[in-house]
Design a protein around this ligand. Sequence first.
Ligand code: ADP
Ligand code: ADP
Length: 227
Amino acid sequence: KDAVVCRGVSKVWAAGTARAHEALRDVDLDVSPGEFVVLLGPSGCGKSTLLYLVAGLELATGGEIWSFRNPVDRPSPDRSLIFQETSLFPWLSVWQNVAFGLSIRGAPEEERRAVAREALARVGLSEAMHKRPDELSGGMRQRVAVARALAMRPKVLLMDEPFAALDVQTRAKMQDFLLDVWRDSGASVLFVTHHIDEAVALADRVVVFTARPGRIKTVLPVDLPRP
Ligand code: ADP
Ligand code: ADP
């Protein structure tokens, strides 16, 4: 189990100030390659904080995080984070949004177009290649966000309530869609939600956070066969 390894991870926000706030205490969590793990728990219990740490966007105040045997101390295209309302650049076309990470790497236009075309095909949005984000529905925009993440071929997909802004029917479709994409990609997923039905629909394993640091982390195996 080395896709993600958290050992005794703690996070105190604004540590050492009067506003210091303990969000995580002594968290142990292992994610296997290709495993779909859902972090479930009430608002404010530190789920997003843990994703930020695994993404390398924030440093833990205690403990260690590893991903594929490398210490996590900075962001990496191997670990891609998708938010509730992921911002696409409104002035770029859909394919340019998808290829954005590759432009930063300096990939030539031929390659950027090819990678974007393939990633958009994987999320069923080939038709939207040359559209602008504001021409798409909310569900389609989240699919573009997933395509943008996939374009970087991440080993770990970190998803922070990615479907929370969508209506119930779109959300159900997006769950099916995500499972298809995840199976093809071989990536591990760490998916945050406070909806128990969403957790059960998606997870290989549900990790339950409770509201108080230090009292977490019951692990419920989910033994239902996948449809
Ligand atoms: P969840 O995702 O489970 O709702 P969060 O990880 O967002 O929980 O928040 C856990 C705690 O950490 C909350 O009390 C929150 O206010 C605090 N927190 C989150 N992000 C920050 C931040 N950037 N600065 C200070 N406190 C934060
Ligand atoms: P290309 O088709 O060359 O790959 P785009 O997909 O970005 O590039 O552009 C598709 C079309 O949209 C072009 O004709 C372009 O002129 C037009 N376009 C450019 N900027 C905008 C914009 N902000 N809103 C709508 N259409 C735009």
